[in-house]
Design a protein around this ligand. Sequence first.
Ligand code: NAD
Length: 246
Amino acid sequence: MDKELQGKVALITGSARGLGKAIAIELATKGADIIINDIPPMAEVAEQTVAELKAMGVNAKFYPGFVNNEEDVNRMAAEVGQVDILVNNAGINRDGHMRKSNKPDWDAVIDVNLTGPFLCSKAFVPLMAARGWGRIINISSYVGRTGVFGTPYYAASKAGLIGLTKEVAIEFAKKGVTVNALAPGYILTEMMLKYPQEYQDSITAKIPCGYWAKPEDIAYWAGVCASPRAHYMTGAVIDCNGGWYM
Ligand SMILES: NC(=O)c1ccc[n+]([C@@H]2O[C@H](COP(=O)([O-])OP(=O)(O)OC[C@H]3O[C@@H](n4cnc5c(N)ncnc54)[C@H](O)[C@@H]3O)[C@@H](O)[C@H]2O)c1
């Protein structure tokens, strides 16, 4: 395997488990040193992930913190130093439809899914620009493209993240920093596996490819976006969703 990310440092938010962990492994396979971020209660799981990454021969460290807390993000930025690749992956979902929606759930989802990437990008992009190289990869969702019944907060947050992706991409395009978004479909992670089997089966029936993505199927595309060879793609949204949105 080509170690094209050797010497680079990648920070992946919300990466103790799930898609974030798979992205950490993908980037480590390409030689990047890894910073795992997640919320403090995930410390034990995060340290297991760090141990797995170290066993791959890269440097890895866990930084606890809430991406939606500006103090946490700024402290992390001050302590971590160089970050060449930022993956804004941390995300939450709260179900609800407009009639039963409420502002606390709206605030919670927008805070983590949209304010988090804003704060992290703001903290790390100036140093990437100063060094003339950087990659920001935002984990949006096909839900931000299409909307899905019962997801007002999540759909708005993920559509907003696509807007943020494009703005930051334009702003830093001449500084060697690319900013792209992934819009995955359904992935077999704990976020989705909490739903009843019947509901999961009804989704499977609608996916043109006929199956859910494994986390590594999506992580592959984060690896593509992070590649030094991917310098001519910025502001793009990669629809890795088994044909759900095309
Ligand atoms: N699973 C899917 O089907 C799917 C589909 C499309 C997009 N996504 C997106 O992929 C990303 C990863 O999702 P996942 O399926 O791995 O979910 P997950 O719940 O398994 O992992 C999310 C991680 O984020 C962490 N996290 C939550 N709030 C945080 C905060 N404030 N600060 C830092 N970390 C925080 C959690 O502790 C958890 O480890 C999310 O942005 C999600 O919206 C998931």
